[in-house]
Write a protein that binds this ligand. Sequence first.
Ligand code: FE2
Length: 299
Amino acid sequence: MVANHEAVTDLPRYRAPEDGQLSDEMLQDFRRQGCLILTDFITAAECHRLKARAQELIDRFDPSSVKSVFSAMEQTQLGDSYFEESGDKIRFFFEKDAFNSNGELRQSKENSLNKIGHAMHDLDPVFDAFSRSAKLEAVVDSLEYETPVILQSMYILKPPRIGGEVYCHQDSTFLYTEPESCTGFWFALEDATIDNGCMHFIPGAHRGPLKELHQRGSDGKMGFKTLDHTPWPKGATRPAEAKAGTLVIFDGRAPHMSGPNLSERSRHAYTIHVIDKNSHYPAENWLQRGPDLPLRGFD
Ligand code: FE2
């Protein structure tokens, strides 16, 4: 059962509007279910362009320069400064099973990375232009932000065989504002299926409370503060399978997870998160920007 005792339904799915302007019906579904799947939002050529650009960035990245292994399942890894200081940089994070016992990559470089983040939208011209398209701006306009700004971006690789599981969480736990204003925009650049670890959501559960806050404590270390102890309802998740080119929009409180990728196919996706600049952004949040790279909207 979901928090409001309504029956769990499949996730709302539409063909993307040509101009990006969400219809009343789409908005109603988004408000009710906490997520919205829009197929054919971007073209195959756009998917290819982003994938090719990511590969260029990966080709230039020297893995020996970084010892950090990022694992979404091992929260202690979040304490790593390489991760914590990536809010205004482009950095590369490995899957936890990327290395063998000799410290060597078990697969190719691109098939060893968990993700690239977290300021590609401001620092890379290709991802900057993509993130600020007129069509995406029209979607964000539909959501009635006062002053939308793009807080972070990630290129998620979910590589074959070792792509890690992501536990059920709410993105506002990590991208918290007062009042809450986070929305996620997730673009499938390759087909995402149950087999290769697509996202799953608990429809309607975004209307329940925020369960955790990830914040810096007085000792300077990042940690989780529990706000609500109620466990997620069992059996309530629904898969958000998405063909390449699909956009999935989700509320910052929408609980979501993804299984491991045990298949032979990668599951590349690009995602950005938008907040309202007029909301208060706590100094305790993990992602901080210096004055040299202020958050920008869609201009
Ligand atoms: Fe997430």
